[in-house]
Design a protein around this ligand. Structure first.
Ligand SMILES: C[S@@+](CC[C@H](N)C(=O)[O-])C[C@H]1O[C@@H](n2cnc3c(N)ncnc32)[C@H](O)[C@@H]1O
Length: 389
């Protein structure tokens, strides 16, 4: 039998957590010496609850599972009061079923499935109602990003990953423009991925791997990609630093991570600037209610430096009604109004009066975009940084 042993087992003393990742498929128990050492150290160093994080463990054969069973038994014998919590992932089909067997060993073992409840804003974003927003936005931003991406280090024939790819339109554009050697696009929304696959098939694009996954626990090896993108997405998480940690991990040393984010309260328009300003200040508050930070754009530099990157480059650009057909920008604003006023404000329980005023600002922004002498803008921060060698 072929042994497949590409796993890592790390004990994080601070979080009392053993993190397993990769594939544990040994030929015999002797190949598991390293794993056993990690388990022993963890049992010695832990009090209360020891977490066994198996979210990124993609394969496990019977010998590997037996070793984990022995570890749980041995923990129970050495420290009868120690609780063990195993965390599985919904992306690894067998994981919950298999690890649930450990609960038979004793009442000190619990098995949990990590799921979308971890992200407060996710219910809004995973809805297919979000698709029109993403479609119209990318159409507007690509004009700018096509030119600025090479300045941030994107070159042809690179291995590229687009994390939180949404409906995959950016990945498709990168594929056509930069011909990457590999292009992996991951998102947590099944409707968005279904849409992405359909567009790729309609456009006869066969080289993009669209994969369902969790940006905070990517089933991807360390140091795999030259260029990792994550657009308009750090701003949707309550803890963006967890996503950045993953972007850092999968990026090759010397490679770059590229992020774009907004500061929605800086959206502007003339005429009727005050009404427009009021509404976008309220958009920022509405997103904060769902624990998302649509004001993150100018904070990008700090986030990248705190995550361990160097050579940070930040630039901002303004999408406006002067970029091509003004109706395109009016469509973006109309899609925001639909979701922010029609769905999110309703979900928050806002009054009819508030929603009417909230909608008015979007309508005024649309009028500014379409007005023969009007001006309407949406500022975006594009930042990239290098993973140190
Ligand atoms: C604002 S959209 C941006 C999408 C795309 N990058 C774009 O610019 O069009 C945020 C995306 O993050 C995705 N997302 C949310 N939580 C996620 C998670 N835990 N893992 C992966 N994707 C997630 C949503 O499904 C959504 O497609």
């Amino acid at each position: 039998m072929q042994s497949t042993m590409s796993y890592t087992a790390r004990f994080d003393e601070n979080n009392q957590e053993i993190v397993l990742a990769g594939s544990i498929r040994p030929k015999g128990a002797d190949e598991l010496a390293e794993l056993r050492k990690t388990f022993d150290r963890a049992i010695q160093a832990t009090r209360g609850t020891l977490y066994l994080n198996a979210k990124r463990l993609v394969q496990l054969n019977n010998a590997g599972f037996q070793e984990i069973t022995n570890f749980v038994k041995s923990a129970g014998l050495q420290k009868p009061n120690l609780k063990i919590t195993v965390i599985t992932s919904s992306y690894v089909g067998w994981s919950l079923r298999k690890f649930s067997l450990l609960q038979k060993i004793g009442s000190n073992v619990t098995v949990e499935q990590y799921d979308k409840d971890f992200y407060p804003g996710q219910s809004v974003l995973e809805d297919s109602g979000f698709i029109p927003i993403l479609r119209t936005q990318t159409k507007m931003t690509w004009r700018h990003e096509r030119d600025l991406l090479p300045r941030h280090g994107l070159k042809p024939a690179m291995a590229v990953a687009d994390i939180c790819c949404g409906i995959g339109d950016f990945a498709a554009l990168v594929y056509k423009e930069f011909q990457p050697s590999r292009l992996l696009a991951i998102d947590h929304s099944k409707p968005s991925l279904a849409y992405a696959r359909k567009v790729a098939s309609d456009f006869h694009i066969e080289g993009i791997e669209y994969v369902h996954g969790d940006a905070a626990n990517l089933l991807v090896e360390d140091n795999e990609f030259d260029f990792v993108t994550c657009r308009h997405s750090l701003q949707v998480f309550d803890r963006p630093e967890l996503i950045l940690k993953e972007l850092f991990r999968i990026c090759k040393p010397g490679g770059r991570v590229y992020i774009t984010n907004e500061k929605n309260s800086h959206c502007l328009g003339e005429p009727r600037a005050d009404s427009i300003q009021w509404t976008y200040n309220e958009v920022a508050r509405l997103w904060a209610h769902f624990k998302m930070d649509i004001e993150l754009g100018p904070k990008s530099r700090r986030f990248l430096l705190d995550a361990g990157f160097d050579d940070v480059q930040v630039e901002s650009f303004m999408v406006t009604n002067r970029d091509g057909d003004p109706q395109d920008f009016a469509d973006v604003i109309a899609s925001w109004e639909d979701v922010y006023a029609g769905q999110m404000a309703v979900q928050r329980g806002d009054t009819a009066e508030f929603i009417a005023r909230f909608r008015q600002g979007f309508q005024d922004h649309i009028s500014a975009a379409l007005h023969p002498k009007g001006y309407a803008g949406w500022p975006i921060w594009a930042a990239s940084a290098r993973k140190p060698r």
